[in-house]
Design a protein around this ligand. Structure first.
Ligand code: ATP
Ligand code: MG
Length: 262
């Protein structure tokens, strides 16, 4: 794999950097080809929100962290895109939330599971990884898509399934799981089906969630419960759409032609 040669001064440096990470992940067998397409769709929505964490996403992250800190069997799920973009942060977040980590793939192959496990173990050799030998099935999903770990998602009361397919999100909700997702597209089925939807780039969301987990750990349960109870995902999704609308209106009225920064 060629080294990443783009100069830091390039206006789209970070976008190109993460694309390179995905290319590398593809070569290592971590990423499914469709993962590239999913990333492109995510990037498009990142332009619309302004490539920064918006207030409704911050609120969703707080509620998600509170829910995780209250959970009995919390599980953080990791797929190819997640392992390519935020492997170290995934481990740190699972630890901060006291959650178990499960490799859970839409396009499951044993090679890809192994490649992801190997990648994660670069950051923590001893990390416990579930999903290596899944023995349970999510009802109403055909075989490969439905496989889950008995000790992980199967048992979980609260699950974080970032960059997830809508159909699987819906099936997890139908199983009675409390589902948190990270998804840049507020219109995706995943975003609409989850209990808490964090509309943000996972690259920004995970570091922030790690911080929040460290801070909120100190809160009494009652405070955490109040945060979760007062949370309204429908309102949050609407706020994101309104943010996009207002931002686009402002850009349209101000003009964007030959503007260096938006
Ligand atoms: P759905 O099945 O939920 O209707 P989809 O088929 O578009 O949506 P999938 O490919 O199944 O989506 O899941 C990937 C989702 O992850 C997409 O909605 C995409 O916008 C989002 N996504 C991709 N990259 C990122 C990222 N870096 N951060 C956050 N979300 C992302
Ligand atoms: Mg999908």
């Amino acid at each position: 794999m060629a080294r990443f040669m783009v100069p830091k001064s390039h206006p789209r440096y970070w976008s190109l950097y993460y694309r390179h990470r995905l290319e590398e992940a593809m070569e290592k067998g971590i990423l499914a080809r469709a993962g590239m397409i999913a990333h492109g769709r995510g990037e498009a929505f990142d332009y619309l929100i302004g490539e920064k964490t918006v207030k409704p996403a911050e609120e969703a992250m707080k509620a998600a962290v509170a829910k995780f800190l209250l959970a009995e069997h919390p599980v953080v799920s990791v797929n190819g895109n997640v392992a390519a973009l935020v492997p170290e942060e995934t481990i740190k977040l699972a630890k901060a939330l006291n959650a178990r980590l499960e490799i859970n793939l839409f396009y499951r192959t044993e090679e890809r599971v192994r490649a992801i496990a190997e990648e994660l173990r670069k950051y923590d050799q001893d990390i416990e990884l579930l999903g290596i030998n899944p023995t349970r099935r999510i009802p109403n999903l055909e075989s490969e898509r439905g496989k889950v770990d008995e000790e992980g998602i199967w048992k979980a009361d609260v699950v974080l399934v970032p960059l997830e397919d809508g159909d699987r999100t819906e099936a997890l909700v139908a199983m009675g799981k409390f589902v948190v997702t990270v998804d840049l597209n507020p219109l995706s089925r995943s975003a609409r089906m989850a209990d808490i939807t964090i509309v943000d780039n996972i690259i920004r969301a995970y570091p922030r969630m790690i911080q929040l987990a460290e801070e909120m750990k100190k809160l009494p349960r009652g405070d955490l419960e109040r945060i979760v109870e007062s949370y309204d995902n429908g309102k949050i999704l609407s706020s994101v759409l309104i943010h996009m609308r207002d931002r686009l209106t402002k850009l349209a009225e101000g003009g964007i032609w030959r503007k260096k920064e938006l």
